[in-house]
Structures are given as C-alpha cells and as structure tokens.
Design a binder for this molecule. Structure first.
Ligand SMILES: O=C(O)CCC(=O)C(=O)O
Length: 296
C-alpha cells in the first residue's frame, strides 16, 4: 500500500521488514522513507510508559545538564561526552529557572534521553533489535549493520526545543558514509507539535559539517559554509507507530513544540561496519564494549 499526502510518499511497513521496489526507489529519490505501522499503538504506549519510569527514577538535582541542539552548549559537559554507552537525561534549556532548579514537573522538562538505550534498557534493547528492522537495514544497503546510538526525544508540550537543520553524518561519521537514522513516532507528529521536516533528494549533496572530538574538546568543522537552501522542504507528518528512515546525508530538522500536545519519538542510528567508524566522532565505546549488531 502506498499513497501521497502533499508531496510526501508513504508506505505501510511490510510485515517482514523487506522493502519492495517502489519503497527502495522512494528511498533513493528522497533520502527518507516513511513506513507507517511499524509499531502498534499498544507497543507505543508500552514504550512511553517505560520512558515515564526512566524519568521517575531520574534525579534532576544530581545531574543538571541542559541540552541545546541550537547552540551545542552541552558540548563541553563530561555528562554528554561520556553518554555514548549510558542512559542519561538532558533537560530543556527553558525549563531551568534562575536558581538552577526545574521550573516544572521533571516529566515535562526532559529534552532527550540517550545514548545507549538500545544496549542497556530492558524494554528499548529488545525493541531496537527487532528482526524486521534488520531486514529493512539489509534492503537499505547496510551489509554489516551495528546499532550505535539511541535517543528518546521527548519534545514536551509548550517547551520542546527545535532541532536545527543537520545531517546525521555530521555527528556519526563513517568512511564511506553509512549512517541511517530510524525515527519512530511514539505519538502522532505534525506541524502543531514539532514534527520532522526534510529536504527531499538533498542526501545526494555533500556533507556540510563535521562534529569532531579532540580529547575532551568538541568542535564543529564547516566543510561548506553556505547556508541550507530550504526551498522544497517537506513536513514529515506521521501517525504514532510510523518509522521514518533517514539517510545520513539528508538535511532534516524538527520544529519546536509550543503547543499543548506532546510529541515523543525514539531515534536509533545504525552504521555499516563495512565502513570505517571515524575515531574522532564524539561517541566513543570502550574496546571491551563495542557496537553490536542486531543478533549480537
Ligand atoms: O526528533 C526530533 O525532533 C529530531 C530528531 C533528529 O533530527 C535526529 O534524530 O537526527
């Protein structure tokens, strides 16, 4: 089944995860692929309940680190740098009052939780290694996939921060480029609550920026200083349970969520171990705890 809503093509997630020729053609053309119905509504509810539990156990007083995708102001924080093999909580900048305390319930103040839920969490771990997703990865051309990063992006009502236009390969670089982002809507996502936006076909352009780690310092290297030309941008409005695959060079962003409805998503990033993981990526793993594939 497939259809058009505006200019955006969408498909039903295939039962076995295998992509048919129109799906593969759409991926090659656009650099993204919308697959509705990957997760059922009860499964999305279970994942949201797990997020609520994680937040319940989180003590914001012990770890007051605001995450700003706009300014990268979190960058020097060891809390962020060391989070590649942990489950850590990043707070919306606007949710911290002048006294350094949260100005609202912590459940409504979290920007994101990352970056190793796929390896450490008893619910998100097995969910991330869904055999159907392994099939989808193979059809997207990943010969030897490894799961490298996961995030719950909370985008809470009234304060959910925007994510500026970026390419995932800026942050998760391999040579050659191989990263694919899988973005699962845990709630309906539309223009009103901060859905994704993308520039179809622009994954065929070059990488514009590299986020490099040198020791404990991070720097953004501009490979191409020209601004993004956002003509042709499309909104990826999707119902809960939809999976959006994003090519690592595809420019995409998400709007702020200033309205009353939440917009939670789970983002999982996969690379091909046939490519070389760039050692100056911010995300590091210990030699005795390497990236793992779907059935490892
Ligand atoms: O969920 C969002 O708001 C943005 C996600 C995103 O851009 C990403 O995972 O690369």
């Amino acid at each position: 089944m497939s259809g058009e809503v505006g200019a955006v093509r969408r498909f039903a997630f295939p039962e076995d995860g295998r992509l048919d020729a129109p799906m593969r053609a759409s991926w090659r053309r656009d650099g993204f692929l919308i697959l509705e119905g990957f997760a059922t509504r009860p499964l999305c509810a279970l994942l949201r309940d797990r997020v609520a539990e994680l937040i319940e156990d989180f003590d914001p007083a012990a770890n007051r680190v605001a995450f700003s995708a706009a300014t990268q102001s979190h960058a020097s924080e060891a809390y962020f740098l060391d989070s590649g093999d942990k489950v850590r909580f990043f707070i919306e900048e606007g949710a911290v009052g002048p006294d350094g305390r949260l100005d609202r319930d912590k459940a409504l103040a979290i920007n994101k939780i990352g970056h190793a839920l796929h390896d450490l969490d008893p619910i998100f771990g097995p969910f991330s290694r869904d055999p159907r997703l392994a099939e989808t990865c193979a059809d997207l051309g990943l010969a030897d996939p490894a799961l490298v990063q996961s995030m719950v992006i909370c985008k809470p009502p009234e304060i959910g921060g925007e994510v500026l236009t970026h390419q995932d390969a800026t942050f998760l670089h391999t040579d050659p480029q191989s990263v694919v982002g899988f973005w699962l809507a845990l709630e309906d996502a539309d223009r009103g609550n901060g859905c994704l936006f993308a520039l179809p076909g622009r994954h065929r352009g070059p990488l514009k920026r590299r986020f490099r780690r040198e020791g404990d310092d991070l720097r953004m290297e501009l490979l191409d200083p020209s601004p993004w030309m956002c003509d042709g941008e499309v909104a990826l409005e999707v119902p809960e349970g939809s999976l959006v695959a994003l090519h690592g060079l595809l420019p995409h962003r998400s709007g702020p969520n200033l309205g009353p409805r939440p917009r939670m998503a789970y983002a999982l990033h996969v690379i091909d171990r046939a490519a070389t993981w760039s050692p100056d990526n911010w995300l590091r793993r210990r030699a005795d705890d390497p990236f793992r594939g779907f059935d490892e």
